[in-house]
Design a protein around this ligand. Structure first.
Ligand SMILES: Cc1ncc(COP(=O)(O)O)c(C=O)c1O
Length: 478
């Protein structure tokens, strides 16, 4: 049985170096309880502990406790110890300490109105169906690392070197010139973004609009002035519009989700990536690429990244969390070697280090070849679910509904006629136990699209089909 920790008590004569008597012990408790400083229910030190602490002779405390029980100030419970009697019993005194004020916290920036209730079909999740994730193989790696005598007693704040070496090798295969010295391991790519913000000198940023809301809210929470460059996933990027916005806002950094953009599913063409690099050079802003969608579909590896085309000045973040296990929480930043010390310093301030145990287990997972085997299986399954999703939309959705066809990543964007009231639709879907999200948080002002993300990676095929059938029925009813 877990026991409550016991409170400590000062007996004044002991503080003077004298041996307290039973009377002193009683007086000390009467004083503290009477002053309301020992709340009812607090566990008292066991007799022998207090005797040892205070250097008392045997039975001094036992006799004092018996007297306190007799006075109704404490109670004893067999095999459990002695406790301050509830305040009502012990004189009914209010707590004598002054109540300190409530810490002043900023209001939560996370305004997500209606999280999915337990058991709802989550059409909005960016996660992959847990049944497709390699829990057993990862457990093997974890066990092997825990048994290994080589597990370092300390940590490398930049990240476990063998893991950085393995990541660098993978990125090189994707056309990026990256060495282990360029990599900082993080707690997911969310922390990667946070670390970049902590280290940033610039105060103005731009992102796509709409954008992954946790990124925008994070940037704003770092007091960065952020503006959005409109992205219409049904058309090529309007580079002239972007240039005029960039000229007006003058950001020092542009955050871009170049593959399977969250929330639209849009992927930049190679030409658009080149144009973004040209804009960056012309208007002198740096680039931060979030490559979250890589590894998530068969063809995803062959898309050139901004980091591959733009070179070493591009900051790059990515993560293993979605693709292996959400509980893994490992991501990374790629930066020029001369920028790494600032990023590592920012990481130290944030968390000192990412968990070396997880880093070592992930390295084991990569070096045993499990990640590649897993990706091959995962991509096959995600391809099938993607095709099911798109075929179902084609079959079920009424005229006027359109959707993006990202060909990768976990979600696509479903766009509805303006006549459909999204709030009412969400409510009716919730009644039918299907969660669709409020995507308005992804936009900077009034949304220029009229829809939400649909995930095909999270739900089992039967559930996905059922959820889409209900969605089509409710859209037709709107
Ligand atoms: C675009 C994008 N970037 C970063 C993240 C953060 O992911 P994680 O911290 O799990 O790696 C997410 C999470 O959904 C995301 O959608």
């Amino acid at each position: 049985m877990t026991r409550a920790p016991y409170i400590s008590i000062h007996v004044p004569s002991a503080l003077n170096g004298q041996r307290p008597t039973t009377k002193d012990v009683i007086a000390a408790f009467v004083h503290e309880i009477g002053a309301g400083r020992l709340p009812g229910g607090s566990r008292l030190p066991p007799v022998r502990v207090l005797e040892r602490q205070l250097g008392l002779s045997k039975n001094t405390v036992q006799i004092a406790y018996e007297e306190l029980v007799a006075r109704g100030l404490i109670v004893t419970r067999e095999r459990d110890g002695a406790f301050v009697a509830s305040r009502a019993a012990a004189h009914g005194l209010p707590l004598a300490v002054s109540e300190p004020p409530v810490p002043q916290l900023r209001p939560s920036p996370l305004l997500f109105a209606s999280p999915p209730a337990e058991g709802m079909l989550r059409l909005s999740a960016v996660f992959i169906d847990p049944s497709l994730l390699p829990k057993e193989r990862f457990s093997d790696c974890m066990r092997s690392v825990l048994r290994s005598p080589g597990l370092a007693p300390f940590y490398d704040a930049q990240g476990y070197l063998p893991l950085r070496q393995a990541i660098a090798r993978r990125l090189e295969l994707r056309g990026m010139d990256v060495r282990p010295e360029n990599i900082v391991v993080t707690v997911g790519s969310q922390q990667a973004l946070d670390i970049v913000c902590r280290a940033l000198e610039v105060r103005r940023m731009a992102t796509e609009d709409p954008v992954y809301p946790h990124a925008r809210l994070l940037f704003e929470s770092h007091a960065l002035a952020v503006s959005g460059l409109p992205l219409d996933p049904f058309s090529p990027i309007d580079l002239d519009l972007w240039e005029s916005r960039l000229r007006a806002h003058r950001p020092g950094l542009f955050y871009a989700i170049t593959s399977f953009q969250n929330p639209t599913g849009y992927s930049y063409t190679t030409g658009e990536i080149q144009s973004v690099c040209e804009l960056a050079a012309r208007h002198q802003f740096a680039l931060l690429e979030d490559d979250w969608g890589s590894d998530m579909l068969s063809d995803s590896e062959y898309r050139p990244s901004l980091r591959a085309l733009g070179g070493e000045n591009v900051l790059y973040v990515n993560s293993f969390t979605k693709k292996i296990l959400p509980a893994l929480r490992i991501g990374f930043i790629v930066a020029r070697a001369d920028q790494v010390p600032s990023l590592v310093a920012a990481k130290r301030l944030s968390t000192l280090a990412s968990a070396p145990l997880m880093e070592a287990a992930l390295e084991e997972f990569l070096s045993r070849g499990y990640y590649d085997t897993h990706l091959a299986e995962l991509q096959r399954e995600l391809d099938a679910r993607y095709e099911l999703c798109v075929a179902s939309l084609r079959e079920l959705m009424p005229a006027g509904v359109r959707w993006t066809t990202p060909g990768g990543g976990p979600t696509l964007w479903l766009d509805l006629p303006r006549a459909v009231d999204l709030t009412a639709l969400r409510a009716r879907m919730a009644e039918r136990r299907v969660h669709i999200e409020d995507a308005s948080f992804a936009f900077y002002g009034a949304p220029h699209l009229h829809g939400f993300r649909v995930s095909y990676a999270f739900l089992a095929p039967g559930d996905l089909r059922r959820a889409l059938e209900m969605l089509s029925e409710e859209i037709r009813r709107s």
